[in-house]
Design a protein around this ligand. Structure first.
Ligand code: NAD
Ligand code: IPM
Ligand code: MN
Length: 358
């Protein structure tokens, strides 16, 4: 009877709304026999815009140290209202979310995309007829243009120069490429596509390309492919069934996964894991979407992405039967949703929780 320490960071806007539903489902699944007696001991951390605006704190070192001491983290979303003069852009995104990903070494940002039997894809029938859409993006999570390397000179003048330097270390690239090959090897189609822009970003591109080739030699069963990021977006909208596992850098992976969400049924369904495969720190599970200030407080957010993030979390913890139960409940719920019916956030949470309870 495992007892697992869960840090919960609901965050801002719809982050708090969808996290409440994810916890509802987690409670149901742990109460059932499929969880094999595992129990979660949640601690809630009120980090985000409200705390920052009230206290100036984003992620105090002492809080980070406490969070580190958990088995796993569930996050809603962070980000305040756009153009709030008291909340400069990036304060929460960099200071909270990216700091957690970097400090806890979440180098595999795992973002699966699948057209479930009940999900509504905006793609035309002739595209969907080409084959099943079920792929996973392995997005590098600790490097690339996200590291904050760069700066600005002569700010506010016509001579201003701003740079954001993409950091790509052989260590960082190799470890995520290895993880992606291992994942591809375990999947039925055993295919891995590197997505980059090696024709222009020749420095970063060459380290990605070289290490991709080197690791490929160790995985003869895995079919490899390469696409430039721009062309990959053509294929993602005209033939997404061709993808199995995609490995890519931090920024390309961010952009690809919003498009992947859109083509497979909407951002409200896209789950993710910020995984530390070496287990030197807790991994963190969260929906791909943000705090959605445009719909916050209206109970309009779809909590499915947060609920599927719970499924990814359970899987990461080895609770595979519980993970499957949550995913199956989501699939059944999607299939039973009336097209066009606007269900509220708690209605969707309740429906899925009820299915999990059986
Ligand atoms: P967003 O993902 O919050 O919203 C984009 C669009 O998708 C909006 O129209 C929104 O209403 C819709 N949407 C998002 N989630 C939905 C859901 N569950 N159900 C229904 N509709 C949904 O992206 P944005 O507007 O670019 O960003 C808003 C804020 O969130 C910003 O501050 C941004 O930095 C932050 N953000 C945080 C995270 C995160 O915490 N992981 C991710 C993305 C953006
Ligand atoms: C995401 C978000 C974050 C990212 C932002 C908010 C830092 O867009 O999780 O996809 O770019 O990784
Ligand atoms: Mn994003």
């Amino acid at each position: 009877n495992q007892s697992l320490k869960l840090a919960v960071i609901p965050g801002d806007g719809i982050g708090t709304e969808v996290t409440a539903e994810a916890l509802k489902v987690l409670e149901q699944v742990t109460a059932s026999s499929v969880a094999g007696g595992a129990k979660f001991e949640p601690t809630r951390y009120d980090l985000g815009a409200e705390r920052y605006l009230a206290t100036g704190e984003v992620l105090p070192d002492s809080v980070l140290a406490e969070i580190r001491n958990h088995d796993v983290i569930l996050l809603g979303a962070v980000g305040g209202k756009p153009n709030d003069p008291n909340l400069p852009p990036g304060i929460l995104e960099r200071g909270l979310l990216l700091r957690l990903r970097f400090e806890l070494d979440h180098y595999v940002n795992l973002r699966p995309s699948r057209i479930f039997p009940g999900s509504v894809s905006p793609l035309a029938p002739h595209i969907l007829e080409k084959g099943e859409v079920d792929f996973v993006v392995v997005r590098e999570g600790t490097e690339g243009p996200y590291t904050g390397n760069g700066g600005a000179l002569r700010v506010g003048t016509p001579a201003e120069v701003a740079t954001e330097v993409s950091v790509n270390t052989a260590f960082g690239v190799e470890r995520v490429v290895r993880d992606a090959f291992a994942r591809a090897q375990r999947r039925p189609r055993q295919k891995l596509t590197l997505v980059h822009k090696t024709n222009v970003l020749v420095n970063a591109g060459s380290v990605w390309w070289r290490l991709f080739q080197e690791v490929a030699a160790e995985y003869p069963e895995v079919t490899t492919d390469y696409m430039h990021i721009d062309a990959a977006m053509i294929h993602m909208t005209t033939d997404p069934g061709r993808f199995d596992v995609i490995v890519t850098d931090n920024l390309f992976g961010d952009i690809i996964t919003d498009l992947a969400a859109a083509v497979t049924g909407g951002i409200g369904l896209a789950a993710s894991g910020n995984v530390n495969p070496d287990r030197t720190a807790p991994s963190m599970f969260e929906p791909v979407h943000g705090s959605a200030p445009d719909i916050a407080g209206q109970a309009k957010a779809d909590p499915t992405a947060a609920i599927l993030s719970v499924s990814l979390m359970l899987d990461h913890l080895g609770l595979t039967e519980a993970a499957r139960t949550v995913e199956d409940a989501v699939i059944a719920d999607l299939a039973s949703r009336e097209p066009g019916a606007a269900l509220s956030t708690p209605e969707i949470g309740d429906r899925i929780a009820a299915r999990v309870a059986g």
